[in-house]
Design a binder for this molecule. Structure first.
Ligand SMILES: Nc1ncnc2c1ncn2[C@@H]1O[C@H](COP(=O)(O)OP(=O)(O)OP(=O)(O)O)[C@@H](O)[C@H]1O
Length: 902
């Protein structure tokens, strides 16, 4: 009998066993695994496993060999849900019996049945970092059984919430050997199979991707779960800078001291001028780097700096207000000439492995170096120009090689060997001053010169290093990374100064392993270790330098163990060229700089860089800041005995009634009922029209309730303004006006009237936020975590429990919904937008958008920051694979906005 026929018709759903009560978390049933045979299949929330039911292959329990012959891959007996990227029901068709279950008959049988496939990854046995896609086809005669299993697996897959659903992909067609497009074409089917939407833009010139991501609003970027570069390290750097330059806010590293501000002391300490003035970063276009063609920086927004294959900061409760948000990731699919970043993060230089890791939402966090070039401006202030590096910034030899290699780009990756040889033969050294910060946890025995015992002719004995490798234990164990205490840069004693002629100066963020340097430039630089690894190579003879380079090119080599090489683990350094200049090579991009400083941006909260309340206050966006300030002043005014908040209240009867104000020589009291028997008083009549506005500005005197409402403005009001209303200030102001008008109308009905409607307006903010950012996780007092969508209702529930009035909150929800319906839901359903922001809204038009209604028009035209429908429409639009002819990846957007072509 054909073994497949063992499965009877009645061996169906009824035969699927549920283990674990009514809500089965475990399913088990018999299926036929294609090319294997009948298996007993078990599904648990964390994975799928199977056992061969009957087989002549009993050599090993897992059936991995049969009569001594290895059955490749299909002999696997389990796959984790975290390794599965899709499950598909594929209807009726053939399921094959393995050719090897019947040794006498090497022609296998096959039978027809219903089938489903499980697509996942398998790791190479010899090189576990190398991943490949794999597929298992299971068959069963009962369709319902198959469907039920598919649905259950999909449910488990849906719990893998960290996976991207919508990605922005930039492809550099000329990277490496010029096969960027081919690389992407070979991977694109996996992304669509995994139901990951991609908007693909093939770059047309250097700087194209940079300009595209720079010109995107936070709202537009937030429509994606991440950005993926298909190219080399330089291309990744271009995108990283495009995103960070306009969004990352952190204090600059201290500039190198001016010569006249530098005092050399006996202890070799560099004195910095702490009073140096920092002005806006320069936009000068004199550098050859295409990145320099960029718009002025907006330093008003903060970002989460956890970058690697992704961007994440688990502790960041406010990350949705800034960009990139916590789910946003940076992906890199290697197609370049060096691909050091990919080798250091995934362990292999394999596009498929990177693609699968991106699809499965695998994450690794990286530190980033902020590199600042300082120039004297006309006003003779130090003028910074900022760049970010994910792997390396190097001067001298490294800069010369990159400059030289650009001339031979046509050679492909070989150009580095040719240019390297030329530059080596030239053997140039450069006069420079370097100052670096002494860092506490740089213990003498783990530093570059650890246990250095001098031998003759300058060579040191091998140091004890823990090199970073694929699947590095140190990178994977956060406790293995020492906690670094960052010293105060203003304290002179924290600096060490080195002056001399250098063949090269390099600062590595990661080990920079690549095919030419198998252990990397700095073997013991680990991912996110918090250090900038400064490597100073002082002038030496040709022969020694060659020795150093050969050590670099050798696995297990000791390129840093020479007397002319210094390795310092630091967080900040400064550089001043004193003579003939080379250029800096920042992740493969050229940066000319006579004065430069660099600091490590540790994976940290931007808010933690806000040292003072003043900085925090200054960082607030204008609308929320104004509202919060006014409400605070209103509350503070109650402290004064002669101020009576009731004068702000909404009494419709009084709004058009004239008020007699008696003014004495010392004060005014607005309570008309009080009369003063003073002799010198003046009577003034005023209409109390202000009440229609001021009742919204008073959200209570200082109390717990007031603090809570103020917190809502600062938390959710700011979040809305920086997120969905980014660059749409007029729309945001209009939202408040709309809310106020609606509440005034509602308050005309006595049942809904409150003397102060401010708390309803504040609650409207919460409601609109919950609709705009419905999937943001919100933690309520550390007790429960829920989706942003439910936040207003959770707050109402809390109000109920603590016995507060519910009506103000419910009114806020009501008008919030009306606003959201009229501005988003109704237009998305095809209706017209009755609630457009009128031109009289008293706010300057956003210069970046040019029009006041840009954002709203955009959403109506197709996208909503977080509304499901908006997103769905945007995803459809996003499936364009070619950029418009003008190369502007987003030029279509402006046509949707206001009907004009960009
Ligand atoms: N379409 C394009 N035409 C020309 N240059 C481009 C284009 N797109 C991007 N670039 C630029 O090419 C430079 C190098 O790209 P990339 O890093 O992908 O290749 P690579 O230099 O071969 O690789 P690696 O950086 O790994 O050595 C980047 O600075 C990028 O700005």
């Amino acid at each position: 009998m054909d073994s497949l026929s063992l499965m009877r018709d009645d061996d169906s759903q009824a035969n699927t066993q549920y283990i674990g009560g009514e809500e089965p978390s475990i399913l088990t049933s018999n299926f036929f695994l294609d090319h294997v045979g009948e298996v007993s299949l078990t599904l648990k929330p964390d994975g799928l496993s199977w056992k061969l039911m009957e087989s002549l292959c009993n050599d090993q329990a897992d059936g991995s060999t049969c009569l001594g012959i290895q059955i490749v891959s299909k002999s696997d007996t389990s796959i984790n849900i975290s390794d599965v990227y899709t499950v598909e029901f594929i209807d009726w068709g053939l399921v094959h019996e393995t050719l090897l279950t019947n040794p006498g008959l090497l022609l296998g049988h096959s039978s027809e049945m219903y089938r489903f496939t499980v697509h996942g990854v398998e790791r190479s046995k010899s090189q576990p970092s190398l991943w490949a896609p794999t597929v298992y086809t299971f068959g069963h005669v009962d369709k319902q059984t198959c469907l039920m299993w598919v649905n259950r697996m999909k449910t488990f897959l849906s719990m893998e919430t960290d996976r991207p659903k919508n990605l922005l992909v930039y492809v550099h067609p000329g990277s490496g050997k010029g096969n960027g497009c081919r690389t992407w074409e070979s991977l694109a089917p996996i992304f669509s199979q995994a139901k990951v939407k991609t908007k693909v833009i093939v770059t047309e010139r250097a700087g194209h991707a940079f300009e595209a991501v720079t010109s995107m609003t936070n709202r537009e970027l937030n429509l994606y779960d991440g950005v993926v570069a298909v190219g080399g390290d330089g291309f990744f750097n271009e995108i990283l800078n495009g995103i960070l330059l306009s969004r990352h806010r952190a204090p600059y590293p201290p500039p190198p001291p001016d010569d006249d501000q530098t005092v050399e002391t006996e202890s070799n300490v560099l004195l910095h001028d702490p009073t140096v003035t920092v002005v806006e970063p320069s936009v000068s276009g004199e550098d050859e780097s295409a990145l320099l063609l960029r718009p002025p920086l907006d330093q008003s927004q903060a970002i989460d700096l956890s970058i690697g294959s992704n961007s994440s900061n688990k502790a960041d409760q406010d990350s949705e207000i800034s960009f990139p948000n916590e789910r946003f990731r940076f992906g890199l699919i290697p197609s370049g000439s060096t691909d050091a970043i990919v080798i250091c993060t995934t362990g292999v230089r394999d596009p498929m492995t990177s693609a699968l890791q991106i699809i499965l939402g695998k994450r690794v966090s990286l530190d980033i170096a902020q590199v600042v070039r300082w120039e004297k401006s006309s006003k003779s202030k130090n003028k910074p120009l900022v760049r970010y590096a994910a792997s390396f910034a190097g001067y001298g030899f490294y800069g010369d090689v990159i400059t030289e290699s650009e001339k031979y780009r046509w050679m492909g990756p070989k150009r580095y060997d040719y240019a390297g040889t030329k530059v080596f033969l030239r053997h140039r050294s450069y006069e420079a001053k370097v100052a670096y910060m002494k860092v506490e946890s740089e213990k003498p025995n783990v530093g570059a010169n650890a246990r250095r015992i001098k031998t003759f002719w300058g060579l040191s004995k091998k140091s004890e290093r823990l090199p970073c490798r694929a699947k590095c234990d140190i990178c994977n164990t956060s406790s293995a990374i020492p906690q670094i205490e960052t010293p105060d840069p203003h304290q002179e004693s924290n600096w060490v100064r080195v002056k001399g002629r250098f063949l090269s100066i390099g600062a590595a963020v990661i080990s920079c392993r690549n095919e030419r340097a198998p252990d990397g430039l700095v073997a013991d630089a680990h991912l996110s270790d918090g250090f900038l690894h400064l490597v100073l190579i002082k002038d030496c003879s040709h022969a020694f330098y060659l020795w150093h380079l050969t050590q670099l090119a050798r696995k297990g080599g000791t390129p840093l163990n020479f007397d002319f090489v210094e390795h310092h683990k630091t967080t900040t350094f400064t550089f001043t060229s004193s003579g003939e200049e080379s250029v800096w090579n920042v992740d493969g991009e050229i940066l000319k700089a006579q004065k430069l400083s660099a600091q490590l941006q540790k994976n940290q909260l931007p808010s933690s860089t806000m040292a003072t309340p003043k900085e925090y206050y200054n960082s607030l966006p204008p609308v929320a800041k104004t509202y919060a300030t006014v409400t605070f002043i209103m509350a503070a005014a109650c402290v004064f005995p002669y101020y009576d908040p009731w004068i702000m209240a909404l009494f419709y009867g009084d709004v058009f009634k004239k008020l007699q104000v008696k003014i004495t020589g010392f004060y005014a009291n607005f309570e008309s009922v009080i009369s003063y028997p003073d002799s010198e008083t003046t009577n003034v009549s005023v209409v109390q029209i202000w009440r229609v506005l001021t009742n919204f500005l008073f959200i209570g005197s200082f109390s717990l309730s007031f603090a809570f409402r103020l917190w809502i403005i600062l938390r959710y009001g700011v979040s809305l303004e920086r997120g969905p209303f980014d660059k749409r200030t007029a729309d945001y102001v209009w939202m408040f006006f709309f809310g106020a008008f609606s509440l005034l109308a509602v308050a005309a009905i006595p049942f809904f009237w409150f003397p102060f409607m401010g708390s309803s307006l504040v609650f409207m903010i919460v409601y609109v936020w919950s609709r705009e950012l419905p999937n943001t996780r919100v933690n309520i007092q550390g007790l429960v975590e829920l989706k942003g969508f439910y936040l207003p209702w959770a707050m109402v529930a809390i109000d109920m429990v603590i016995g507060k009035q519910l009506m103000p909150s419910l009114l806020g929800i009501g008008v919030g919904h009306l606003y959201y319906f009229l501005t988003v839901l109704h237009p998305l359903a095809g209706g017209s937008n009755f609630c457009k922001t009128p031109f009289w809204v008293p706010v300057r038009r956003d210069p970046a958008s040019g029009v006041a209604f840009r954002g709203r028009g955009f959403r109506v035209g197709g996208t909503s920051g977080a509304s499901t429908r908006g997103q769905a429409r945007d995803i459809r639009e996003a499936e364009t694979s070619t950029p418009p002819p003008n190369g502007g990846a987003f030029s279509g957007r402006s046509r949707r906005l206001d009907g004009r072509s960009s």
